[in-house]
Write a protein that binds this ligand. Structure first.
Ligand code: NAD
Length: 298
């Protein structure tokens, strides 16, 4: 039976993007959050982004109306999972929170409903400890911004069933995404490599090997990376990167992941990236990078 009803848990950055992508792929999509004000914010954001697609001629008006009509917003968890074929959880990255929410899913969702988690760092097996049937749980790891980024990492726990895997491929394919299959391990494939490159870039900067903008330029023009490591960390948030790198260092025990002291200092100084206008680079009120602003000492 084809999957039709998707329920997204959490309406933040990722949840809103996932719900938008699901509705545009003609899934009947319900988005859940704990308070109506979060849902209102997500609705406004989704509708604005869909309208922008129409303005730019990237989406037909009828398709936009169809997507908008397929979206439902609710703060009643039992009701939203009650008719779901596939749940995608995108609540904050806290093990107990994810376990609690999946326990409720197991109680209220239909037996065949697959449970997907968008966790970026937690082990599928740890979350699955809360479930009577851990075979239903799988990692479906999206990238930000979800409507734009092509990849989903499909993360298999030791007990994840083939049924959950096949269903996840079906969801991904209908959303127009490519997949890679990953055995659960710290940082999966993308975050593990990205943290390593980012950490080394900070070490090189601290050692005075080159300026931040020249390191970015070198990776873009010499290695064909679409973004430099400092442009990337400013987008992701220096605090989020520091947390990820610390977690990988603890999990893998590899010195290469010991967070660079420069990254630690910048976070302590409140330089968090684009989100507060000052990371490795500085940004003006419109979010434009200020030329020549890559002095990390000041
Ligand atoms: N931001 C990223 O780039 C990114 C990328 C990949 C994966 N992730 C993962 O996705 C998940 C969500 O991240 P995010 O950046 O969207 O976070 P976010 O803080 O933007 O959104 C989280 C949402 O969950 C809601 N929430 C809190 N408690 C809840 C509960 N008990 N039930 C339902 N909703 C609840 C919050 O109100 C908020 O709207 C995390 O596991 C994160 O690691 C994030």
């Amino acid at each position: 039976m084809a999957l039709q009803n998707i329920t997204v848990l959490g309406s933040g950055t990722m949840g809103a993007g996932i719900a938008q992508t699901a509705a545009c792929a003609r899934f009947d999509t319900t988005i859940y959050d704990i308070e109506d004000r979060f849902l209102d914010k997500a609705k406004t954001g989704i509708e604005k982004r869909i309208a922008r697609q129409v303005e730019k001629g990237r989406m037909d008006g009828l398709d936009a109306a169809d997507a908008t009509n397929r979206l439902r917003y609710s703060s009643d968890l039992a009701a939203v999972v009650g008719a779901a074929d596939y749940v995608i959880e995108a609540v904050p990255e806290k093990l107990e929170l994810k376990q609690d929410i999946f326990r409720s899913c197991e109680e209220h969702a239909p037996k065949g409903c697959i449970l997907g988690t968008n966790t970026s760092t937690l082990m599928i097996s740890s979350i699955a400890e809360a479930l009577a049937d851990p075979g239903r749980l799988i990692g479906i790891h999206f990238f930000n911004p979800v409507p734009v980024m092509k990849l989903i990492e499909v993360v298999m726990g030791p007990d994840t069933s083939n049924t959950a895997y096949v269903a996840t491929l079906e969801v991904a394919q209908k959303m127009g995404k490519e997949t890679v299959k990953v055995r659960e391990s710290p940082g999966f494939t993308t975050s593990r490599i990205n943290a390593l490159i980012g950490n080394e870039a900070f070490r090189m900067l601290e050692a005075g090997v080159a300026s931040a903008s020249d390191i970015d330029k070198a990776l873009k023009l010499g290695l064909n990376h679409p973004m430099g490591p400092f442009e990337m960390v400013d987008l992701v948030g220096l605090d989020a990167r520091l947390n990820n790198t610390r977690a990988l260092f603890e999990a893998l025990g590899d010195e290469a992941y010991r967070p660079s002291p420069l990254l630690e200092r910048l976070v302590s100084a409140g330089r968090l990236g684009r989100k507060n206008g000052r990371g490795v680079y500085r940004y003006d009120d419109e979010g434009q990078r200020i030329p020549g602003s890559d002095d990390v000492t000041g």
